[in-house]
Design a protein around this ligand. Structure first.
Ligand code: MLT
Length: 265
């Protein structure tokens, strides 16, 4: 369904019933990356998955898309869907940066967090320079340059040999990111806030999930968040990279379903 917000139209899936679970995708992806989770979790939860503006079926608007803007979009969707209960916010990578922004501005709506393949810190100077380079290349050549550089490292090395059909699927998902959406999200990630100082204030139950072979965000980032968030547990998914939810969906789903059952029970 399309949800109309003040300055954006967002493609959203809303399935199942029970504890509300908001799924926020990573970059440069869309809600299709959550297909194995949408199917499995909607048996026991109300799953709300969003195509962020400029990604998937949600048309682009002018950027930059700050993590705060994306967070407001998520809040707008929850409001439009009349979600009145606290939600479990599950974000992967950039989706995790947005989850932190939701918690920063609206901690009262967050009943739990699932932080997958993400980090709390802002971009380093080197990271910011890399964003500028990627923005420039995308302006010059379209989305291909970023997808060509990310696709070979977004999963664990063994996934490329063992699951070639998954690699094609992820490539197809990436191709559904608009040029304007990609540039605007890169601009927004570049200026995102450091969420490290906020971690001790996170008191809601938090599940941190990270692929053991993540080549984009090192496992040490997940371990650091685990040390700083009091009520957190860390689940390391073996034989998985940055997209553990697609590379090892059963293990990923098991971890999240166990976590959800502790929250609703
Ligand atoms: C993502 O997977 O969302 C991105 O790799 C995050 C980032 O570029 O920092």
């Amino acid at each position: 369904m399309i949800i109309k917000l003040q300055d954006a139209n967002l493609n959203v899936e809303d399935l199942g019933g029970g504890i509300p679970l908001l799924l926020i995708h990573g970059f440069p992806l869309n809600l299709e990356m959550w297909r194995p989770q949408i199917e499995s979790f909607s048996d026991s939860a109300r799953v709300i998955a969003i195509d962020l503006r400029g990604h998937g079926q949600s048309p682009p608007t002018d950027g930059p898309y700050t993590m705060d803007l994306f967070a407001e979009d998520c809040l707008g969707v929850l409001e439009a869907l009349n979600v009145e209960k606290q939600v479990v916010v599950c974000g992967l990578s950039m989706g995790g940066y947005i989850s932190f922004a939701i918690f920063r501005h609206h901690p009262e709506i967050v009943g739990g967090l699932v932080l997958a393949a993400t980090r709390a810190g802002a971009d380093s100077e080197e990271g910011k320079n890399n964003r500028d380079k990627a923005i420039h290349e995308t302006e010059e050549q379209g989305t291909q340059s970023v997808t060509d550089s990310m696709l070979p490292i977004i999963m664990a090395p063994r996934t490329y040999t063992e699951k070639p059909e998954l690699v094609s699927k992820v490539a197809a998902i990436m191709q559904n990111t608009s040029t304007r959406g990609m540039i605007s999200a890169l601009q927004g990630m570049k200026i995102r806030q450091d969420s490290n100082p906020m971690l001790p204030q996170i008191e809601v139950p938090t599940l941190i999930i990270h692929g053991a072979d993540d080549q984009i965000i090192p496992l040490s980032e997940a371990e650091a968040m685990h040390s700083a968030i009091s009520d957190s547990q860390l689940e390391i998914i073996p034989e998985a990279g940055h997209l553990a939810n697609l590379e090892q969906p059963l293990r990923f789903n098991n971890a999240v379903e166990t976590f959800l059952s502790t929250l609703s029970g």
